[in-house]
Design a protein around this ligand. Structure first.
Ligand code: 13P
Length: 254
């Protein structure tokens, strides 16, 4: 069975001190909740990872991740960080292809495919983001756009490799805007993503992959979105910066 996952993408927020406080609060709330229905992943800025991994108490259901990585293992790439470095600091998951990376750093599908390879070759889990812009949604081409993103960045993988990834559908128009996709829009796209994977691989593989929804998920809409058949959790931005809100989203699985 595929896993339920709630991941908090902190983006470029939190000083070390703020991050430590937030992570301590969240990990304590996760332990208190004692819930085993969802994995919880905190995704802080790179530089906080090693401190946070030292301070985290985990009951085995709690992980740390990074927001990006370079496609190469090491070398003369000033300012960059590789998957193996992230692993050495306690990260187990890496977001690849967030729309903010695609938009502000011109990351192409071909580059994202290389990054996915690097994450997998380090035995880590990529959280691959896809999603259409408002212009596409308005002319109903969202499936064509997302289908192409997935084909270009993921369909070179072997069956074994693709089974190890997590996908996050994040419509660009819903990120940080307070405007979520309806539960039905999320379900339709998630079902489309799953059926594209079935067509290329197998039904069993497609059914084993967790597909998260991201874009203005809040405590008051999480339950409805997560209750959809093909929605296996969320990638949370703004609401992951408040321990209580984030935990209320995790509780949507209880
Ligand atoms: P918001 O939850 O702030 O809309 O951000 C979603 C997101 O981009 C998570 O990666």
């Amino acid at each position: 069975m595929r896993k339920n996952i709630v991941a908090g993408n902190w983006k470029m927020n939190c000083s070390l001190e703020e991050g430590q406080k937030l992570a301590t609060e969240v990990s304590q709330l996760v332990l208190d909740l004692g819930q085993k229905d969802a994995e919880v992943i905190l995704i802080p800025p790179f530089i906080h990872l090693s401190k946070l991994s030292e301070q985290m108490q985990s009951d085995g259901n709690f992980y740390l991740g990074a927001q990006n990585c370079h496609q190469n293992e090491h070398g003369a790439y000033t300012g960059e960080v590789s998957a193996s470095m992230i692993k050495s600091c306690g990260g187990t998951h890496i977001i690849i292809g967030h729309s903010e990376r695609r938009e502000y750093f011109q990351e192409s599908d071909a580059l994202l495919a290389e990054k996915i390879n690097s994450v997998l070759s380090n035995d880590m889990t990529p959280i691959f983001c896809c999603g259409e812009r408002l212009e596409s949604r308005e002319v109903n081409t969202q499936e064509a756009v997302v289908g192409e993103q997935i084909r270009n960045a993921l369909f070179h993988l072997s069956a074994d490799q693709i089974s190890k990834i997590v996908i996050a559908y994040e419509p660009v128009w819903a990120i940080g805007t307070g405007k979520t996709a309806t539960a039905q829009q999320a379900q339709e796209m998630h079902a489309f993503i799953r059926s594209s994977i079935t067509e290329k691989y197998t039904n069993e593989i497609a059914n084993g992959i967790s597909i998260l929804y991201g874009g203005s998920v809040k405590p008051d809409n999480a339950k409805e979105i997560f209750s959809q058949d093909d929605v296996d959790g969320g990638l949370i931005g703004g609401a992951s910066l408040k321990a209580r809100d984030f935990m209320d989203i995790v509780k949507a699985f209880n």
